[in-house]
Design a protein around this ligand. Sequence first.
Ligand SMILES: [Mn+2]
Length: 294
Amino acid sequence: MNADAEKHAFIGDVQGCADEFDELLDQLTNKLGADFKLHSVGDLVNRGPDNLRVLEQMRTRVEAGRAEYVLGNHEISLIAQYLEIRGPSSRDTLKDVLGSHEAQEWVEWLRRRPLCELGEINRQRYVVVHASVDPEWTFEDIADRAGHVEARLGNPEMDRCRELLIQNPIPGDVRDDFGRMVSCRSVQGGEWSSSGPEEWGGEAWHEAWRRRDHSYGVVYGHWAVQGLQVHPGSRGLDTGCVHNGPNRAGRLTAWLVGGDLTESRVRLFDLPDDDFISVQARHHYASTSGSRCE
Ligand SMILES: [Mn+2]
């Protein structure tokens, strides 16, 4: 088997929905065999009921070389709460991690995870990032800027990590880049916001990004309200499993690529593309339709 025949599954925001995560992994194993590579867009934790189970499953796969996992805003929130930089919000469900005897070990493991995964499948370069990249960034820019954030966040000196988390961003500096990668939804010129365009103005970051005709593709999460996003060059995979409630259906979604699955697509991100599988949320995690989707 050559490298291009390896099968891959990119999955959206799990947010502690361990039952659905297990079900999706079972379906992926049935479809792809046991050797597929799993790629997570981050936000494995928070809002849902069972963060530890999800983290343990992912850590086992990462350490076996069978998964890649980039950090989302909720992992950053977990680290910040552990360091007492911020307190929990009323909807946070991180106690199973933060209250465990292994809390410190989890924080040390998490802060050493990457902000971006940069790879190549079927000769197509791609980036996995939780929220966004600056529409102007090249593939090399992303590698460089993510590397600077990771060097601070995962620094052996915890104080360097703490400084990053409390630092005020200046446009284009390491703290600003960090925010874009884990929180951004909208852009307007050089500015960005974690709010959607309907609240803040501007446009969706991925629309601005697409106009640049970059040679790399982007796989991201973080934006459940917009649902599954399938565009040339990008895939948005957050289908809001943890936002499932009486007024809104949530699912956990995977995008499948590699092996013979991509024969119908000349290039990885071409359309049409229906190589997705998803599982329905099993529980009502959200009681109202008005909850913000972070
Ligand atoms: Mn998020």
